[in-house]
Design a protein around this ligand. Structure first.
Ligand SMILES: NC(=O)c1ccc[n+]([C@@H]2O[C@H](COP(=O)([O-])OP(=O)(O)OC[C@H]3O[C@@H](n4cnc5c(N)ncnc54)[C@H](O)[C@@H]3O)[C@@H](O)[C@H]2O)c1
Ligand SMILES: [Zn+2]
Length: 359
């Protein structure tokens, strides 16, 4: 087992990481939380696949309550938050109790926000089961729900007691979810870690086919990159924005209703292509690096219909993204592999031109 330390000022914590380490879960949990109430927040599909791995270890020692929420993004709602609060109250859950988020990013965000708000805040731990959650959302303490007016608009910073990450569960993930998480992995390579980028160049196909050793290595490197950024900028004042590479373009694609079914990470992969095109057009990127980047992104197959792309509408969507600062769109670009720079994009035509790489 590997351990990554997230050394942030008031809430330092560890990420325990391994391939097939669930048998060690109870022992680790006892170190942090020796006895008491535990509410597992999960969804039926995830629990049916993997729930027994944790449940049977907990039942002998803790008072366990299992709370199910519907599968999918819709669960990040005021209604579900209230339903969870109600169930905790009905079951006389106390301030000393612990919430265990068992699932992907949706469960982690919702369960974490439930923990942040119940009785003014109780402890929680993250047990991520998707690639995206293992490399990104379970680390860093951003938790929240969606508002009818937009995604992730209601939330808090709430760091977990620890993160327990077993990559063996990734074997049951559908291919689209692997691609989705891979978008974030590739992102770390582009803006933070040239070695990771090179490793992806050599291994992207077996990684997408869920080769266990390769996936483990990718999760370990990515989780460390995310932890490193969070340590330097816990509350996203500045540096943490680097994690938005590909996201400003990607969010516009994701938000477009015709793209309804496009997954976040898949939109980010397309968004990174646009960011590379934008940097090339602005003479901030060498042609050779541009092709190197695009070649890697093209090896992750994303299904979409180019006829559905309406360029002016996408640019308009970019202007209402959260990353707009003082009315200006702030982009993260990768001027070289493993490097980043922040750039205000005031020329909307240049943004529109960047989207053309997708049509
Ligand atoms: N808090 C953050 O910092 C942060 C960062 C990035 C994304 N997010 C959020 O994460 C969410 C997306 O997370 P996600 O991509 O994990 O999606 P998700 O949580 O919806 O999970 C995707 C699907 O995978 C299934 N699944 C989960 N684990 C499985 C397994 N081991 N085997 C088979 N199926 C499994 C789920 O049932 C679900 O249908 C979004 O809401 C996004 O806003 C948060
Ligand atoms: Zn993302």
């Amino acid at each position: 087992m590997d351990t990554i330390h997230v050394n942030i000022a008031n809430n330092p914590y560890s990420i325990y990481l391994g391939d097939s380490i669930y048998h060690e879960f109870q022992q680790i949990l006892e170190q942090h939380y020796p006895f008491g109430q535990i509410a597992i927040i999960t969804s039926k599909p995830i629990f049916n696949l993997h729930g027994n791995k944790i449940l049977k270890q907990l039942e002998s020692k803790y008072q366990v309550l299992t709370l199910f929420v519907p599968d999918g993004e819709g669960a990040k709602s005021y209604e579900q938050l209230q339903a969870l609060h109600t169930q905790l109250l009905e079951n006389k859950f106390e301030r000393s109790g612990l919430i265990l988020a068992f699932g992907g990013g949706v469960i982690g965000d919702l369960a974490g926000f439930t923990a942040a708000t119940f009785l003014r805040g109780i402890n929680f731990i993250q047990v991520p089961t998707t690639l995206l959650a293992q490399v990104d959302s379970s680390i860093g303490g951003k938790v929240g729900i969606n508002h009818p007016m937009g995604k992730n608009l209601v939330g808090a910073f709430k760091q977990p007691l620890f993160v327990f990450c077993d990559t063996s569960v990734l074997q049951t993930l559908p291919d689209a979810e692997i691609r989705c998480g891979m978008g974030e992995v590739v992102k770390y390579g582009f803006v933070l870690n040239e070695q990771l980028f090179n490793y992806l160049q050599d291994n992207i196909e077996p990684a997408l086919r869920k080769d266990r050793d390769i996936l483990y290595k990718l999760v370990k490197i990515s989780a460390a990159e995310k932890a490193n950024i969070v340590m330097q900028d816990e509350k996203e004042k500045n540096l943490r924005m680097v994690l938005n590479f590909g996201h400003t373009f990607g969010h516009a694609l994701e938000a477009d209703f015709k793209f309804g079914e496009m997954k976040h990470g898949e939109a980010v992969i397309l968004g990174m292509k646009c960011a590379m095109q934008y940097a090339l057009d602005q003479n901030m990127l060498d042609n050779g690096i541009f092709h190197k980047g695009i070649d890697l992104l093209n090896r992750i197959p994303i299904q979409y219909d180019p006829a559905m792309i309406e360029l002016p509408k996408l640019v308009e969507r970019m202007t209402i993204d959260k990353k707009v600062k003082d009315g200006r769109i702030r982009l993260v670009l990768s001027p070289d592999i493993g490097k980043y720079r922040f750039e205000f994009a005031d020329d909307l035509h240049a943004l529109e031109k960047a989207f053309r790489i997708l049509v």
